[in-house]
Design a protein around this ligand. Structure first.
Ligand code: SF4
Ligand code: SF4
Length: 373
């Protein structure tokens, strides 16, 4: 799984905060919820935010609490629900919850790690209303992927799981976390995704929290990110597969800079949903709900914005302080507050928090100096 997925565009994972008007409550409509339905996981990946354990966390939402939470989601907009974990398939009632959400008209997607997919649960995904699965693959072959995941056999099992998804007719996308180790393997990972028949390939910039904090040497520099994101901009022109840079808010700055230099207008016709969305949607169109009900801007940013066990979820979305700050340009400090690309980027608040202790500080992995700064 990947905790902060904002999957995407003309897909079940689509989100377009700029295209929509405010909800009657004044809060922006919620587009996407990553819901950690359990923290239990069968793997122990090195970059895992959740530091997941084999057993459920004490205090995880009961079936009744989870269903009551689902019932509140439509009050915030028409969010897509990403059933994530931990490993969502470790939760025994997960398909009961998916069915419940589906019956409320909510689009459901799932982020399993791929190793627990069987022909039976793949069919259940299809039947319960899962519209897409995202599977994380961080290297084009087993040895490097397993080493990164810290689990021998993880790659082969994920490939087998993808086969079952295909048999059951469940669409899937590949997610790849960018690290120093796999930077030069990107084309091969893309080719693998293409060969498998993935609907999309999303690259994620590493946020050094949880177990990933120990991967310090794997975090690439601001200059290297600039290079990767420029490469990504060019590479996406070579394929019809949907590619997305996620948790790389400054990609949306680079996209506009490059398009301008090429004399291309950024419109839905030329860039699809990338023309409509914002780099970081945390608190503005996206949020994360932890296994025990804590609401956060995203899975990497463990700010306690309120708990659904004590405060109605729509009220948290509407009124929590960090969410209000993220919606207010004047609350952003340093260059992200004065940047001409603020509206489409905003910088990663989780990296700001992890690397400086202040979640409103400038994005540490952006090398841009705003002209109005
Ligand atoms: S704060 Fe960073 S990690 Fe979280 S959603 Fe925004 S860009 Fe992604
Ligand atoms: S300075 Fe901040 S808002 Fe501007 S492009 Fe960089 S990360 Fe984005």
């Amino acid at each position: 799984m990947h905790p902060s997925q904002h999957p995407h565009a003309s897909s079940p994972y689509s989100s377009s905060p700029h295209a929509s008007s405010p909800s009657p409550t004044g809060a922006p409509p919620l587009r996407l919820i990553a819901w950690e339905v359990t923290r239990a996981c069968n793997l122990a990946c090195k970059h895992c935010r959740a530091e997941a354990m084999p057993e459920p966390w004490p205090g995880e939402l009961s079936t009744a609490e989870a269903k009551a939470l689902i019932d509140t989601f439509p009050e915030t907009g028409s969010p897509i629900i990403i059933f994530t974990g931990g490993e969502p398939l470790m939760r025994a009632d997960v398909f009961e919850l998916v069915r419940h959400a589906d019956s409320r008209g909510l689009r459901c997607v799932m982020a399993p790690n791929g190793t627990m997919i069987t022909p039976e649960n793949a069919r259940e995904m299809k039947d319960s209303g899962i519209q897409r699965c995202s599977i994380s693959i961080d290297a084009p072959e087993a040895a490097a992927h397993d080493a990164f995941r810290g689990v021998p056999g993880a790659f082969d099992k994920a490939m087998r799981g993808i086969g079952y998804l295909k048999d059951a007719g469940v669409e899937f996308q590949i997610n790849t976390t960018v690290t120093r180790n796999n930077l030069d393997r990107f084309k091969d990972i893309f080719k693998l995704a293409e060969g498998l028949g993935a609907a999309a390939w999303h690259i994620f910039l590493l946020v050094p929290t949880g177990r990933a904090a120990q991967l310090g040497t794997q975090v690439i520099s601001a200059e290297e990110y600039e290079e990767v994101l420029n490469w990504f901009y060019d590479f996406r022109k070579t394929t019809s597969m949907h590619l997305k840079a996620t948790c790389a808010p400054h990609y949306y700055r680079i996209m506009r800079q490059r398009a301008k230099a090429e004399g291309v207008a950024v419109t839905p016709d030329t860039f699809g949903m990338d023309a409509m969305t914002r780099g970081c949607l945390g608190g503005t169109g996206f949020c994360f709900i932890s296994a025990v009900g804590q609401v956060q801007p995203c899975g990497y940013l463990e700010l306690d914005c309120g708990n659904v066990k004590t405060t109605p979820f729509p009220e948290i979305w509407r009124t929590s302080k960090p969410f209000l700050q993220f919606r207010d340009k004047s609350a952003y400090e340093g260059k992200c507050g004065v940047c001409e690309y603020h509206r489409v980027c905003g910088g990663c608040r989780a990296r700001a928090y992890t690397m400086s202790g202040n979640y409103m500080a400038p994005e540490p992995l952006c090398s841009y100096e705003p002209s109005r700064g």
